[in-house]
Design a protein around this ligand. Structure first.
Ligand code: PMP
Ligand code: GLU
Length: 394
């Protein structure tokens, strides 16, 4: 009998985590790799949040929490949704999970049936397609290009809808393109969706605060979208808390209850110390973490100006998150240092081997003409990395 399930054999490895592991491995071999593959802030978690966690340990928060999160954490999430997004939720509409990744996995597990279609504007975050496929759903990719700032238009959305469409999944600010949907653009998508009342929306807003143009907009703010939107968020990015593993959703009560049931059989409540620290993080004014956003903006401008000096890199201007997603198809078919570049995967591997810079193949995000570069790294590292890339391509 086959040892491993078809389920796992058919699943792709997370390309972001795989590249990070490869970079780590090469470093232990003594290679001086600059890691621009993983999307994680290089800042320390702010002291006021760490202090709350230390306090929680000393206060003996060592037992199982409620599966869907402590009541006072859910209250902090409700206050945050009201303060930042003008969204009104009750506690039964909130579920706290072990990272936004688990929030997304819960939603797919409780909503997707075999053959259901999930529309995702391409490029999308690396794990969306595999989470949907794990639940026997079908990811329906809607390709976008730099010309529309990698955003899906209402016409494209409507053309992708079929009787099997269950949901649309997207992130704004977007990982990997950094694009942000304006209120008008979200309204444009909503105007299509009102014609199809059975379609739900998963709005991944984990980069909400990493926004260089100001004014985050949630699609659930529209009355006709509220009842069918699951808003996903978490503390990994804005508060430099990737390893603490806290994410959450706000959405229709039926879906939240189902996620609670699912999580109760799989992982139980999220880490109790991290939940206590998250209360402090979310209750803080967003201005308390602005120093990180300001620095990301400086780095965005830096990396864009450096990349634009390299022939063959075409970029949009990312308005949020901490990634650039250049189109590098100019290099396809070329042979560099004896290595032929046929696709973005070859290109990313070439940069790893010849420039010692780790990036991620855009194919993992549904766009095989691009690579993703994370600029959640110091300015010195960015300057050195792009210098090495330039040399390796000259
Ligand atoms: N959504 C997007 C768009 C992301 O970039 C990430 C980053 N890992 C996640 C969800 C998951 O975040 P986490 O599980 O760390 O909360
Ligand atoms: N979201 C980050 C990224 O896209 C972290 C890695 C992951 O969770 O896959 O790089």
């Amino acid at each position: 009998m086959q040892l491993l399930s078809d389920r796992i054999l058919n699943m792709a490895t997370s390309a972001t985590l795989a590249m990070a592991a490869k970079a780590r491995e090469l470093r232990t071999e003594g290679k001086d790799i600059i890691g621009l593959s993983l999307g994680e802030p290089d800042f320390n978690t702010p002291d006021f949040i760490k202090d709350a966690a230390i306090q929680a340990i000393n206060d003996n928060y060592n037992s199982y929490s409620p599966v869907d999160g402590y009541a006072d954490l859910k209250q902090a999430i409700i206050t945050k949704f009201k303060r930042d997004n003008n969204l009104t939720y009750t506690p039964t509409q909130i579920v706290v999970s072990t990272g936004a990744k688990q929030s997304l996995a819960n939603v797919a597990a409780v909503m997707v049936n075999k053959g259901d279609e999930v529309i995702m504007p391409c490029p999308y975050w690396v794990s969306y397609a595999d989470i949907v496929k794990l639940n026997e759903g079908i990811p329906v990719e809607v390709p976008t290009t730099i010309a529309t700032d990698f955003k899906m238009t209402p016409e494209q959305l409507e053309a992708a809808i079929t009787p099997k469409t269950k949901m649309i999944w997207f992130s704004s600010p977007c990982n990997p393109s950094g694009s942000i949907y304006s209120k008008e653009e979200l309204r444009g998508l909503a105007d299509v969706l009102v014609k199809y009342p059975d379609i739900y929306v998963v709005s991944d807003e984990i980069y909400e605060h990493i926004n260089y143009v100001g004014g985050h907009e949630s699609i659930a703010q529209f009355e006709d979208m509220y009842d069918r939107t699951i808003t996903v968020n978490g503390v990994s990015k804005a508060f430099a808390m990737t390893g603490w593993r806290i994410g959450y959703i706000g959405g229709p009560e039926k879906i939240a209850r189902a996620c609670n049931k699912m999580q109760g059989q799989i992982t139980s409540g999220a880490n109790c110390i991290a939940q206590r620290a998250t209360i402090t993080a979310l209750n803080a004014e967003p201005s308390k973490v602005k120093y990180m956003i300001d620095e990301f903006k400086v780095r965005r401008d830096l990396i864009l100006s450096l990349l634009n000096e390299i022939e063959g890199f075409k970029t949009n201007t990312p308005e949020g998150a901490f990634y650039v997603f250049p189109n590098i198809s100019h290099f396809f078919g070329k042979t560099l240092r004896g290595k032929t570049i046929n696709n973005a995967s070859d290109f990313s591997m070439y940069l790893l081997e010849e420039a010692l810079v780790a990036t991620v193949d855009g194919g993992a995000f549904g766009n095989p003409d691009c690579i993703r570069i994370s600029y959640a790294a110091s300015q010195e590292q960015i300057i050195e990395a792009i210098k090495r890339i330039k040399e390796a391509l000259s």
